[in-house]
Design a protein around this ligand. Structure first.
Ligand SMILES: Cc1cc2nc3c(=O)[nH]c(=O)nc-3n(C[C@H](O)[C@H](O)[C@H](O)COP(=O)(O)OP(=O)(O)OC[C@H]3O[C@@H](n4cnc5c(N)ncnc54)[C@H](O)[C@@H]3O)c2cc1C
Length: 408
């Protein structure tokens, strides 16, 4: 069923109707800014509502300016997770070191934000839901571009024409596949897979993360608050992505259980919880790198165009900044061709710099060899406790947001 949350009243200006596919982070942020610039926006989301997945995401550097300009900063500051510590554990479960989490993520205490993804998605949706049309429980089936617009057929049976279409539909974007072909062409596999799920917090963890490592394997318990649940992540190195497991949750559970067989610490309990979890999220750790982010009247934003992987912790920030830049560029230029070109010209260097941060997180968090793990642990033990950085990584604020003129 297709649900229209809010219908735009009044006719749209000619050449200004935009369909955004995906109501995650990039989609609602783009809808907000397009609406502010006078476009008539429709957002289609395949889920029945805004997804409330609770794992924490970071909003840092330039992206903080985007949420500040949207008036969302106070609300997000209230929701800031403010993790107290990150504890590393050895293969036998013994303590290696406890560090300030910012020392690993590159965030700056008191300035950067870490919020549950669902909180960010809700805040973005609420900021724009009364102004634009949202279609939940539906998705794009076909796109047919012509001189006058893009004819769209929806899975729910609708047929409509828009001036422009933007894919904000995440790492496995269908819009990208329709426009540019299969994901494999743009997918950069980073050699790791992960399973994420929630489990009961029987560990006494409060606003902290505990990470167990063996070569090529890591288990993480992440307590966002003092709740009864924690987020569990089981991450493992694999030379090739396990394509067979992708559409089959049972195969995913079996694969993870096989990889972690014999592991110590809390891993056996985590594997038991994984069997029961109803929110299992299994994926490869990967980036999307594309030579172009648009074709004709269709463009991509956020993970769909340039997923940086969770190793960078920059996915949400790139989605927010990309949305701001795309909307402003379309508003500032004479037509969509110039607007899409300006978006790419002014945003690509920032995106690439942040995607290139991946090496650092990888080495610290998931060493794949016994030597690499020993070296990392020796470094952590020697330091005792890593101090929080005084400055953020330059990459996080490498783009100064332009002031696009808002017509009203
Ligand atoms: C376990 C995990 C941990 C992470 N940790 C961090 C972190 O610490 N810091 C950080 O910044 N980022 C992190 N990320 C990444 C972050 O969640 C993403 O980079 C960010 O959400 C990108 O936003 P997006 O809007 O582009 O895509 P998404 O948030 O993926 O949103 C895409 C939306 O499109 C919808 N959709 C998909 N297909 C269709 C379709 N065909 N039609 C209509 N709708 C569709 C989806 O349902 C979803 O609502 C993490 C990701 C994961 C999985």
């Amino acid at each position: 069923m297709t649900r229209h949350d809010t219908t735009v009243t009044g006719p749209a200006a000619p050449g200004r109707t935009v369909l955004v596919s995906g109501a995650g982070i990039a989609g609602p942020a783009l809808a907000y800014w397009l609406n502010r610039h006078g476009f008539a926006v429709t957002v289609v989301e395949k889920a029945g509502a805004v997804r409330d997945g609770g794992y924490p995401v970071d909003v840092r550097g330039t992206a903080l300016d985007v949420v500040r300009r949207m008036g969302l900063l106070p609300r997000l500051r209230d929701a800031h997770v403010d993790l107290r510590r990150l504890t590393f554990l050895d293969e036998d479960g013994s303590h290696v070191a406890s560090v300030d989490p910012h020392a690993v993520t590159g965030g700056v205490a008191g300035r950067d934000l870490e919020v549950r993804r669902g909180v960010l998605a809700d805040a973005l949706h609420e900021a724009v839901r009364d102004e634009v049309e949202f279609l939940f429980d539906d998705s794009v089936d076909t796109l047919d571009q012509h001189r006058g617009g893009v004819d769209v057929t929806f899975r729910g049976g609708g047929v409509r024409t828009f001036d422009l279409v933007v894919g904000a539909d995440g790492l496995h974007s269908r819009t990208r596949a329709l426009l540019f072909g299969p994901e494999e062409r743009f997918h950069r596999y980073l050699g790791h897979c992960f399973a994420g799920f929630t489990l009961r917090n029987t560990f006494g963890l409060v606003r902290e993360t505990a990470m167990w490592n063996a070569p090529g394997r890591a288990a993480v318990l992440y307590a966002v608050g003092d709740d009864s649940d924690v987020h569990g992540f089981l991450t493992f190195a694999r030379a090739e992505p396990p394509l067979d497991a992708f559409r089959d949750p049972t195969a995913q559970r079996d694969l993870v259980a096989e990889v972690f067989v014999g592991a110590g610490w809390e891993v056996p309990g985590m594997l038991a919880a994984l069997r029961e979890a109803d929110d299992l999220f299994f994926d490869v750790v990967s980036q999307i790198r594309m030579p172009r982010w648009s074709g004709g009247r269709v463009a991509l934003v956020g993970d769909a165009a340039y997923a940086p992987s969770f190793l960078t912790g920059q996915g949400s920030s790139l989605a927010l900044v990309g949305a701001y830049m795309l909307a402003g560029s379309l508003a500032a230029e004479r037509d969509h061709t110039a607007g899409f070109a300006a978006y790419e010209r002014d945003t690509r260097a920032f995106v690439t710099l942040n995607q290139d941060q991946v090496g650092e997180g990888d080495a610290t968090l998931f060493p794949t060899t016994a030597r690499g793990l020993e070296r990392r642990n020796a470094l952590l033990r020697g330091l005792g406790a890593l101090p929080p950085p005084a400055e953020g990584r330059p990459a996080h604020e490498a783009l100064v947001l332009p002031e696009f003129r808002i017509p009203r």
